[in-house]
Write a protein that binds this ligand. Structure first.
Ligand code: PA5
Length: 429
């Protein structure tokens, strides 16, 4: 299960400040639980965990099984909350390298993403890459009006219809129950449809069909993922033993002390996608009214050779949260050589996991000594249940953190400004 270690960060915070803040943290928590806070009409992401819909999980698993049977590639079309959660979980739970042909591994379609930017080169190369393959599309857009996925779907739908007689069966729509252009198209074509509950915002939707269908197609146990989140939701429903509140409280106090950036650091590359999801969750939820910590992801030890310099020695505006796994699958012992020509015999017999762990411990010590308040969220292992709990931990923390800041964590008015300018330039009627 999850374990939150705030020990190093607490050297930067007065104990009395935490105690003084506590009633406000508990009030923010209650506002979330009791649906009395700003944007409470978008807290359905908790309700779906409190009343799990097993029939929906089974239905999603059945659709995923069909896609796994028939497709070489599933293209997921979506942006922001309509793709980052699926990508995060799939990246975290997919082997770094595909099984070799002939190995006994179950058949898994390649999962690709589209509609998450405006690159024409990407779309052209994607369509060329899909040539000759059995392709399914999952178009995911709550509003059904977002330009990037709408454009990508226009291209890919035409591509699919020109090549497959059963194109309509190969398209699955995930959208609002009623609103938006996707519903019109779906009514016309008869695509299979999954619903994004109206009370769940995009960045909180990973545990709805938005994330669960692509994740199931990737061969990941969505039941274990979902129920990992259910367990965390139940565990964090009170104010005692609630690490999500401990995390939210410390972030808030450091924000009030003038820290401006929170770095989420991972030491296992497959967790970097969770960082991408976290970045959107916190950036879009908290960055309002000129408030909030800017969320940035680093992947160590790779980035210790680049951004690590800034973290250690640059402007003192950073706090750091490490996302670690006790068991990361890295039990690979360093071989002995007999000649020690590379000077590494002192590591012979030690596992890569141990070495990576010492890299974490050393980095934590150095950064704290360099003036960076740091804390760590520990997963037991990188497995569906642990990840489900981790997703919920951050969702709960950001909601409480938003209330502490006095903002609505569930809207995103700031993303409209660029759209207004862009659509004016494009001559949108
Ligand atoms: O969190 C959010 O609400 C956003 O990031 C949306 O997910 C993103 O803008 C995509 O919106 P839609 O699913 O309506 O296409």
């Amino acid at each position: 299960m999850l374990r939150f270690d705030p020990t190093p960060v607490d050297a930067f915070i007065e104990k009395s400040a935490l105690e003084t803040l506590r009633p406000r943290v508990e009030a923010a928590h209650r506002a979330l639980i009791e649906k009395t806070g700003a944007g409470h009409e978008f807290t359905g992401w908790r309700d779906l965990l409190l009343s799990p819909n097993d029939a929906l999980l089974e239905d999603l698993a059945a659709t995923a099984a069909e896609i796994r049977e028939r497709a070489d590639v599933l293209v997921c079309i979506g942006i922001g909350g309509s793709y980052l959660g699926a990508k995060a979980v799939i990246d975290a739970l997919t082997p770094y390298f595909p099984a070799r042909r002939g190995d006994d591994a179950p058949r898994t379609p390649e999962i690709l993403f589209a509609g998450h930017h405006m690159s024409g080169a990407y779309l052209r190369e994607l369509m060329a890459y899909l040539e000759g393959k059995s392709v399914y599309l999952n178009v995911i857009s709550k509003s059904g009006t977002t330009l990037e996925p709408a454009l990508a779907f226009r291209f890919l739908r035409q591509w699919l219809e020109a090549r497959f007689d059963d194109a309509d069966r190969r398209i699955i729509v995930t959208t609002d129950p009623e609103r938006g252009a996707l519903n019109q198209l779906r009514a016309e074509k008869g695509y299979k449809k999954y619903v994004i509950p109206p009370d769940v915002g995009g960045r909180f939707s990973v545990l709805t069909p938005v994330g669960l269908l692509p994740i199931a197609v990737a061969g990941i146990d969505i039941h274990a993922l979902f129920y990992g989140a259910v367990d965390a939701c139940r565990r964090f429903s009170g104010t005692g033993d609630n690490p999500a509140l401990d995390y939210a409280a410390r972030r808030y106090l450091l924000h009030e002390h003038g820290y401006a950036v929170e770095v989420l650091a991972v030491f296992e590359p497959r967790l970097a996608g969770i960082g991408g999801w976290w970045q959107q969750l916190f950036g879009e939820s908290e960055g309002k009214d000129h408030k909030g910590l800017f969320p940035a992801v680093v992947q160590y030890s790779t980035d210790l050779h680049s951004l690590g310099q800034y973290v250690q020695d640059g402007k003192r505006l950073l706090i750091e949260t490490f996302l670690m796994a006790e068991h990361d699958g890295g039990d690979l012992p360093v071989p002995a050589t007999g000649d020690n020509l590379d000077g590494l015999d002192y590591l012979a017999g030690q596992t890569m996991r141990h070495i990576n762990r010492q890299a974490y411990e050393g980095t934590l010590r150095a950064h704290v000594a360099g003036g960076v308040p740091a804390m760590t969220l520990w997963l037991d292992r990188i497995a569906p249940g642990d990840l489900g709990a981790c997703l919920y931990f951050f969702e709960h923390a950001v909601a409480v953190g938003g209330y502490l800041l006095g903002i609505n964590p569930f809207d995103q008015p700031g993303v409209e400004a660029y759209k207004k300018e862009m659509f004016a330039l494009l001559g949108k009627p």
